[in-house]
Ligand binder design. Sequence first.
Ligand SMILES: Cc1cc2nc3c(=O)[nH]c(=O)nc-3n(C[C@H](O)[C@H](O)[C@H](O)COP(=O)(O)OP(=O)(O)OC[C@H]3O[C@@H](n4cnc5c(N)ncnc54)[C@H](O)[C@@H]3O)c2cc1C
Length: 174
Amino acid sequence: MELATQRTGVSPTEMRSTLARFATGVVVLTVGGEHIHGMTANAFSSVSLDPPLVLCCVARTATMHRAITAAGHFATSVLRADQEPRARHFASRARPAGRAQFDTVDWAPGPHTGAPVFTDSLAWVECALDGVHEAGDHSVFIGRVLGSGRGTGAAGLLFFDGAYGQVDTSEGRR
Ligand SMILES: Cc1cc2nc3c(=O)[nH]c(=O)nc-3n(C[C@H](O)[C@H](O)[C@H](O)COP(=O)(O)OP(=O)(O)OC[C@H]3O[C@@H](n4cnc5c(N)ncnc54)[C@H](O)[C@@H]3O)c2cc1C
């Protein structure tokens, strides 16, 4: 089926450049089992509290797209400020495939899905795939949250204008 695309006069380069001004956290999406895979992402959001739903947007050409579609689940680990190398690793096409890409990471299979959950992350969710919405060159995957947790640490990794930064709440919340 042809994708329903409409030219709006806003190029992909302009879209990327403009939306880069929106600061986000950074997560690693993971899938477990025979499709084990990890991918750095920032197109991730809470959607609904009751029922608990999240979304992530994944490029249709990405290996992760095939992995989530085949496995029917995903997990998300939220990265700490000192985990920029991990964000770079899971965004690199040079990383090994399969289980070996997790060799440098402390992880455990999530109890609900088996997807790798980083034991030193700021927070994590495990999800069953609840819906898929085609959206241009990406798909929006809706996840029904089966389990979640908060780790320790007060400094989160940020991505803003194409660069990594951090937010640190250890001085107290305002
Ligand atoms: C901070 C940050 C946030 C990011 N957020 C997101 C996000 O929210 N969603 C997202 O999808 N990506 C995101 N990325 C990019 C993603 O992490 C990388 O593209 C990663 O390598 C994808 O891993 P993969 O193994 O799933 O895909 P790979 O198989 O390694 O493919 C990587 C990319 O290469 C291109 N590609 C691969 N094969 C083809 C092909 N046959 N034809 C054309 N192009 C091809 C596609 O763009 C594909 O997404 C982000 C990267 C960074 C640094």
